[in-house]
Structures are given as C-alpha cells and as structure tokens.
Design a protein around this ligand. Sequence first.
Ligand code: SF4
Ligand code: SF4
Length: 578
Amino acid sequence: MSRIAIVEKDKCNPIKCDYLCIKLCPLNRSGEECIIKDKKVIIDEELCNGCGICQNRCPFKAISIINLPKELKVQPIHQYSKNGFRLYRLPTPMFGKVTGIIGKNGIGKTTALNILANIIKPNLGNLDKESSYEDLIKFFKGTESQNFFEKLKNHEIIVSYKPQRVDDIPLNYKGKVIDLLKKVDEKNKLSEISKILELDNILNNDIKNLSGGELQRVTIAAASLKKANLYIFDEPTSYLDIKQRLNVAKFIRSLSNEDTAILVVEHDLIILDYLADLIYIMYGKESCYGICSQIKSTKSGINTYLEGYLKEENVKFRDKKIQFLVKPPIRKKTPIELTSWEKLTKKLDHFNLEVSPGLINENEVIGILGENAIGKTTFIKLLAGVLEIDSGGINKKLKISYKPQYIQASNELVQDVLKNIKKEIILHLNLNDLAFKKVNELSGGELQKLSIASCLSQKADLYLLDEPCAYLDIEQRLIISKLIRDEMELNNTSALIVDHDIIFIDYISSKLLIFSGIPAKNGLTNGPFEVESGMNLFLKELDITMRKDPETNRPRINKLNSQLDRIQKSKGNLYYSK
Ligand code: SF4
Ligand code: SF4
C-alpha cells in the first residue's frame, strides 16, 4: 500500500469535535464507511482516496494521511494498531562492529531495538497475530536480517539492553548500586568496569539518590556486566559530561569483538562519529511511520543524514540540509555590557568555587563547558543573587530565568502551561500538538521543549538553560539553538547554555565560559572567551583535537596521535585545522 492513514489516539478527542472528520469525509458523505466510530475513529485505508480533508480539518491534528515513498513496496515489519505507527525495514547488528542508528525522535528507533532485543515480537503488519521466527526468516530471505533471526531462533543471540530512560531505573530497582551490579555480574568484572566507568565512589549509594549521569553510568555498567553477544545501548550519553561521554564511547567500543555486536542509538554526532563503525539512518514522520536506510560508513552516514537525501535509495527525507557555519558568526553591533564581575569566591560545604573576572554583553549566547559537579549552577546562583558571594562583587545583579537540568513533570494539562508561553514560541516548537496531553504524559523530548519554551517566555535579563539537549534529536537541537539565538537578538537579552554536546555548543555560542577543577571539590571559571580560544582551552584539558569535516563543516574528533592530531597539537590549534 502506498498510502497510510494514522490516527494518534492520544490526540483524537471526539467529545470536543463531535466526530468532525466523519462529517467531512467525502466518502462518508456519499454513504460509505471510510471513517468509523470506535471510541475514537478508525480510517479504512483501502477506501480512503487521500483527499486530506480530515487531516486538514481535525482540530486536534490527530490524523495524518501519508503517501509513502514509492520505493517502499514492502509491508511493515511492525504495526502497533489499526491506523497506528508502522516501522519499515530493520537495522541489522554486525558482529565485530559498532553499528550506530541516527534519526529524529518518534520514528521507531526504540521499536527497532526492542524487536532486535526480542522484547517486541513483530507482526509484519498483521494485527491479528505475532509473526513466528519462520515468518520472519522467510520475510527477510536473502538479507543480513535472515541470518540474524535464524540465530535468534536457535538461541545463538543473547541480548543485553541499556534502555533509553535511565530516570525510570529507580522506580524498578531499590537498594544500593553495588547490590544491583552484583546481581547482574555474570562476567565477574564488577570491579574492573566500576573503575572504568568511575563508579567506585557511588557503589554504596542508594539508587534513588543517584544523579542522572550516575544512573546512566550504572545502567551502562549493568548492561555490560551481563554475558551477551549483542549489546544494545539506547542513548548512552544523556546526562554525561563530555569527558564521561568520551570515556563511555571508548568503553562501549571495547566491548566489540568478532563474536559480539554492538548497536547504539545516539544523538550526539561527535560521539556517534567517534564510536560507530557503521550507521543506519532512520527517517519518516514522527508518530506515523519510520523507515530504516541501507547501512553506511559512519562518515557517509552522518553526512547523508545532515544532507537529508539518501542517494542510493533516491529518497529526500528532509527539505533542508543541516548546515554548520564555517566560523561562528561575528556580531557587528558595538557590545553593550549586561553585567560584569570581579574575581569571586564561594565555599559550599566541601566545594570551593573561584570565578575569574569576566563580563556578559547584551545579546550574547554563552556556551558553558565543563565536567559535572564543577560549580556551574553555583556560579549562576551567584549571578542571580540567590547565593551570597564570599568575596568579590558583581556589577549588576540580574533577573534570571532558569531551565533546570532535571525537569519536574506536573499533572496539569499542557494547554494550561501554554497560557504562559509566547505564541511565536508555541508555533516554532509545534507545542499546540501537545495541548491535550498531561505534562507527566509527555516524552522526554516533548517535556524538554515545553520547559525550554516556558523558560524563554519569562521576562528576564539572562536566560540559563541547563542541558537543553537532553532527549532532543539533532534536528530538534538545531531548532532550539535557532530559537534561543533569535529570542536573544529580538529582546536584546543574553543566555548561558550548559550542555555537553559540543556540536550544539559550537553551533549556538557566540562566546564560551570554561569550567575546570576537580568535580565536587573545586571549580574555576575561565572566560567568557571567543569560541575558538575557549574551545582550545577546553580541548587541551580533554587531550583531544578537532577538525571540521570538509563536506559539511561539522566538527569531528581527530584520532589520538593521528597526523592531524599531532600537527594541531604542535601548533596549539586544537579546535579546527587551518
Ligand atoms: Fe475529531 Fe480529529 Fe478525532 Fe476525527 S480524528 S474525531 S476530527 S479529534
Ligand atoms: Fe476521508 Fe479524505 Fe480523510 Fe481519506 S483523506 S479519510 S477520504 S477525508
């Protein structure tokens, strides 16, 4: 079938619209039953002529009538319900390789992982029955997936799975970290892996008291301690700082050998580039359908993803290319100081923060880079006057609007939250689509967008967004970065952005503030600097160098001790090769 009709049940609200779609559908009007009532509605895809009236007139945007790419002549691998989400084609794990999956949210990446992990039994689009292994082997005949399902059938594949939402772990596991890890330590490698993932200091902590970054590393450790030959990591770097991301990436790579396959879904392109040998692109329409591309080399996969065009398949899956600027833009206006500060110090329990003198101008977006627990939030609280300074002074205390790293999800309806959000931001982020959901029913990415929108809608001198990228895909990250920059420019305000996605920080920042020190002991701020000098300082601490990909201008990490790495280090130019 080249056309599908999707009804998003959580958006469909017939009590409020009195089945408007049924009244308007030309086929229903001529006596046929193209759309029928079934608590919500069901659309008969065979009858539907694709006129699009129901899609355009549904007040809750619950219907999507989609003409699938004509190249897609196959039946889906899995369909959730009648008029429900469909997944076409599957990625295949490769033994001896780290295979990455890239794609926007809501197009079936986690569904694909769940099928490969044997958690979801695919139905090949037949809603009446699960497919047997024999069905799947026949369906995939002649492809890599055929071998995979044969092995799965013969119990030759043992899967270990790191789920996406680590925040949910404390709901299912109680007690100390060490007890959880001991239970799953089939390889008897707890102390080795604990050391690598820097868990030694938290082994005796209660799981419910762990930070997001700690939960992430504990969950990665738990998945890796199991004996398996297919390890699946769904977004393994959320909440981790860049040092931890690089460490986790190296660790995940180290699990791969000729008898073991690794699959990773990751939105941080720098890390994906560093981690994966091969890449699948997943594309489609959010909440409606997802398609998996052919396999590609990492470089070509990421560049193709940014391009939005699959040459081999002749499919354009995005109207615009994602482009990176050759250099951060230079502001032409004469800078006007928003605030400045002398050297500041602050002691909090056993933590000491020293802030070197600096200033923020109006209309600046300052990226903040540094490890977790190094005093970033303390610094902001000093600027806001929420914390008293021990020594030093601030020229002008600022009114700050703050989006925290961890977002509390309330029980209220999104439409009530939207009353306090600027209309243009609602439109920009398509938040009206979420209006009838409760805040605590939103996905991580939806909640993140809502929270960023609330923060930017407050009246303030300075906006602080702590990890705005968490749970957002690359496209959403770029939309958010444009929104933040536009808002700052329009209102002559400034923003401080804490994030660990270097591509995002590189893309959004006009200046950089760098934090160094020892986590939980002492922190020192340096800057704000121009982006290039800030990055040089930051990369020096990480002992890495970065170049820009000549085709797309995206930053890439150089291989340690490669020729470029050595040349850039010798020139002290760690950021971009010139
Ligand atoms: Fe109303 Fe839209 Fe649901 Fe049809 S799909 S019943 S128009 S909310
Ligand atoms: Fe009816 Fe047209 Fe909607 Fe199809 S697209 S269900 S024909 S209104």
